[in-house]
Design a protein around this ligand. Structure first.
Ligand code: COI
Length: 356
C-alpha cells in the first residue's frame, strides 16, 4: 500500500442516526451511515478531501454525469469479526477495478491514498455502523462522477469521488428463479460490460422488469451476437457445478472481473476442485440438466455474495435444480468465504484488511 498521507478535513454530525437503526431490519441500501467521504478533481489534481455528515450534494443541473453517464462505482463490504474488529475484504482490488472503469470511461484515476485513506478514515468514524452477526455487513459504495457544468459532449475536466456506506443484511432472502434472456443483452464486445459503469445497471432494468412480470427474480444474460453462451446473472457473475466440476464463463470484455468470483475460484482450486473458466452454452446447461449432471447454479457478487439459483427458465421450460445440502460445493465455499472475511479461519491468501 502507498505510504503517502492524505489530509482529510472532518466535520462530524451533531445528530447521529445510529440510535434509530433497527439491526433486525436492514433492507439493502436504504439506510445510510452518519458520514460520507468526498474528494474533488480539478486542474489535474485531487484535493478538498473531506468527511462530512451524509447529505445531499449541490451540483449544477448541467453536470455532465447527469447527461452523458460519465459515472462509475464499486461495491465492497466491511465485516465485524467475532472479537469486534472491523475488517475489509481485498479492498485494493476494488481500487484497481475502479481505475480500470475510469480508464474506459475517460475519467481520472483515483489514487490509492485517496481511495484507501478516505475509506479507512470514514470506517473508523462510522465503525459502530458495522453490524455484527452472520449475514450482516456494512455495504460500501465508492463512486466517481463527472461534474463539469457543460452540455457539450466531451470528457469532463472536473470530478467528484465519494464513498457512502449502508448497513445491510442479505441481498436475496430466497434462492433465485432466473430466466435466460435471448432478446436483450447486457454487454457487447468492445463495449463497457467489463467495467462498473452506472449505465450497465440502468440498461438492465427494463429487461429484468419484464422477467419479473413472468415470475422470475433475475435474468441470465447471454452473448449479444447469438444469445447462445451465458455471461452473467443480474448483477452477478455466474457459476455452475456440472459433474463435480465448477464451470464459469471466462473473463472477456463483456464480463465483469468479480472479486467474489475470483475468490470463489481460488478457494475451489485450494480444495483441488476441478475448475473450468470457459465459454458455456445454454444448451450445455440444459443438456446437463436433462442427463442429471447439473448439480448447482449460483451467482457471485459483493452485494449478493453467493446467491443460489433454484430454477432456470429456458425455451419455455423451467429447469428445477436439485435441492442443496450442507455438502454442496457452493454452500461449503460460501461458509468458507464468510469464515475468511470474519477471520474465523486462516487467511492464507492475505485477503483481509483490518481497519480498526
Ligand atoms: C455489488 O455486488 O456490489 C454490485 O455492484 C451489485 C449492486 C449493483 C447491488
Amino acid at each position: 500500500m502507498s505510504t503517502a498521507t492524505l489530509h482529510i478535513d472532518i466535520t462530524k454530525t451533531a445528530h447521529s442516526r445510529l440510535p434509530g437503526l433497527d439491526i433486525n431490519n436492514l433492507p439493502f441500501g436504504k439506510v445510510f451511515s452518519d458520514h460520507m467521504f468526498i474528494a474533488e478533481y480539478a486542474d489535474g489534481q485531487w484535493s478538498k478531501s473531506r468527511i462530512v455528515p451524509f447529505g445531499n450534494l449541490e451540483l449544477s443541473p448541467a453536470s455532465s454525469m447527469m447527461h452523458y453517464g460519465q459515472a462509475i462505482f464499486e461495491g465492497m463490504k466491511a465485516y465485524r469479526s467475532d472479537n469486534g474488529d472491523v475488517l475489509l475484504f481485498r479492498p485494493l482490488e476494488n481500487q484497481k477495478r475502479l481505475n480500470r472503469s475510469a480508464l474506459r470511461m475517460a475519467m481520472p484515476e483515483v489514487p490509492e491514498e485517496v481511495f484507501m485513506e478516505g475509506l479507512v478514515e470514514l470506517l473508523k468514524l462510522d465503525q459502530n455502523w458495522v453490524p455484527a452477526g452472520d449475514g450482516r455487513s456494512l455495504y460500501i459504495r465508492p463512486f466517481l462522477i463527472a461534474t463539469d457544468d457543460y452540455i457539450g459532449v466531451k470528457p469532463s475536466d472536473t470530478y467528484m469521488f465519494l464513498i457512502i456506506t449502508t448497513p445491510v443484511g442479505n441481498y436475496y432472502d430466497h434462492p433465485l428463479k432466473v430466466k435466460v434472456e435471448h432478446t436483450f443483452f447486457r454487454a457487447v464486445e468492445g463495449g463497457v460490460g467489463y467495467v462498473k459503469a452506472s449505465g450497465n445497471y440502468g440498461r438492465s432494468l427494463y429487461p429484468t422488469s419484464l422477467a419479473k412480470k413472468d415470475g422470475y427474480d433475475q435474468l441470465i444474460w447471454t452473448d449479444a451476437r447469438e444469445h447462445k453462451f451465458v455471461e452473467e446473472s443480474g448483477t452477478m457473475n455466474l457459476m455452475f457445478v456440472i459433474n463435480n466440476t465448477l464451470i464459469t464463463p471466462q473473463l472477456r470484455d463483456t464480463i465483469l472481473a468479480g472479486i467474489t468470483r475470483e475468490s470463489v475460484l481460488a478457494i475451489a482450486r485450494d480444495w483441488n476442485v476441478n475448475v473450468e473458466e470457459r465459454k458455456i452454452s445454454v444448451d450445455e446447461i440444459s443438456d446437463a440438466f436433462d442427463n442429471g449432471t447439473l448439480q448447482e447454479a449460483f451467482g457471485t457478487g459483493t452485494a449478493a455474495t453467493i446467491a443460489h439459483i433454484s430454477e432456470i427458465g429456458y425455451n419455455g421450460r423451467n429447469l428445477v435444480l436439485p435441492v442443496l445440502t450442507p455438502e454442496s460445493l457452493s454452500k461449503r465455499i460460501s461458509k468458507e468465504m464468510d469464515n475468511i472475511r470474519r477471520k474465523r479461519t486462516d487467511d492464507i491468501h492475505n485477503w483481509v484488511y483490518r481497519v480498526c
